[in-house]
Write a protein that binds this ligand. Structure first.
Ligand code: 8ID
Ligand code: ZN
Length: 347
């Protein structure tokens, strides 16, 4: 039976207390499912949302979280794509209008009326969360729900970003922010897509993780005085594509300098007040492309999950209780997380 109340982490104002408490279990609308979230990843976006970093309003009070993996326990009468007992995932893109120019063309993340989990609607830092059935991620029966959680945002996002870069098998892919949640998955999707991966990040733990996951070369940006020259040297002319998943502005500018002529710089990380600066002369003479990539659509979701379901992705997780979210944010703020933390909603 579905309980009347549940545990959740709620904040009332940006940067305010993250309160672990009992709140009502929501009821799904006609086109929605109620998911008993077992595990939820903690994405750096959740930290941005809590701090109020972006010029985009959140709902308040807010239950954050958008990498929730669990079991469908209730559904609205219009829902045909999930049965009770199925595994399902809460993604950043909770819902979209499905009838605008962007939705019609498979660009649902760009829909002006998109609903965002853990931002404009309550997300997965609770035991029971609502998702629009059409956008909820279908997770195959038998999947390990803790390990699949990071795929639901980080995995989908980096898989899509690599596709958007247009890089081809055998070419160099640089990952700026390689030791974090998105980066550690980007390395693996890059390898699986036949790329030579250069990881850039800092510290021994992130270096080891990146190397274990398949970077051909790892560069510690804090220990490398001329990063641009070093990247160009080790990739014999610069990487063909760069995926910027750092939550800082500086690496974006650097990537425009070291990317190979004709190459593509993809912006994924969303640092507060960030701008990408690229010198016009270099941009033109090297004829580079600078583009943004924003999560993924429903097809990208299925494809990214498929790599995981086939056992090809090692999920770089540490599991702690939902009640410990505040300490995870603290570590993330300090840049001390190699890989991803996943919250167990039963603790
Ligand atoms: O759809 C999207 N575009 C999307 C989806 C999901 C997340 C965007 N994001 C954004 C988040 O909001 C956040 O801004 O991507 C960014 C990274 O999210 P994450 O992977 O969850 O964050 P993390 O685990 O903290 O990893 C960030 C890494 O960047 C490194 C850090 O050391 C950390 O390992 N980093 C930093 I900060 N500065 C760096 C630098 N100068 C750097 N790495 C290389 N060079
Ligand atoms: Zn995310």
């Amino acid at each position: 039976a579905i309980p009347k109340t549940q545990k959740a982490v709620v904040f009332e104002k940006h940067g305010g207390p993250l309160v672990y408490k009992d709140i009502p279990v929501p009821t799904p609308g006609p086109d929605e499912i109620l998911i008993n979230v077992k595990f939820s990843g903690v994405c750096h976006t959740d930290l941005h949302a809590w701090k109020g970093d972006w010029p985009l309003d959140t709902k308040l009070p807010l239950v954050g979280g958008h990498e929730g993996a669990g079991v469908v326990v209730a559904k609205g009468n219009q829902v045909t794509n999930f049965d009770l007992g199925d595994y399902a995932g809460i993604k950043w893109l909770n819902g979209s209008c499905l009838s605008c120019e962007y939705c019609n063309n498979g660009f649902e993340p760009n829909c002006a009326s998109a609903l965002l989990s853990g931002y404009t609607v309550d997300g997965s830092f609770q035991q029971y969360a609502i998702a629009k059935a059409i956008h909820a991620a279908p997770i195959p029966a038998g999947t390990d729900l803790a390990n699949v959680a990071p795929i639901l945002c980080a995995g989908i996002t980096v898989y899509k970003a690599i596709k958007e870069s247009g890089v081809k098998p055998g070419q160099w892919l640089a990952v700026a922010g390689a030791g974090g949640g998105l980066g550690s998955l980007c390395i693996q999707y890059g390898r699986l897509m036949g790329l030579r991966v250069l990881g850039i990040d800092t510290g021994a733990a992130k270096a080891k993780l990146a190397q274990d996951l398949g970077t051909e070369v790892f560069i510690d940006f804090a220990k490398t005085p001329d990063l641009v020259a070093e990247v160009i040297k080790v990739t014999d002319g610069g990487p063909h594509a760069v995926i910027n998943v750092a939550a800082a502005e500086k690496p974006f500018e650097m990537s425009c300098r070291y990317v190979r002529p004709r190459g593509t710089v993809v912006a994924v990380g969303l640092p507060k007040n960030g701008y990408i600066r690229s010198e016009i002369m270099t941009t033109v003479l090297k004829s580079i492309t600078i583009k943004g990539s924003y999560v993924g659509n429903r097809a990208d979701t299925t494809e990214a999950l498929d790599f995981f379901s086939r056992g090809l992705i090692e999920s770089p997780i540490k599991i702690v209780g939902l009640s410990e979210l505040a300490s995870v944010f603290e570590l993330m703020e300090k840049g001390e997380i190699a890989g991803r933390y996943v919250l167990d909603t039963s603790k």
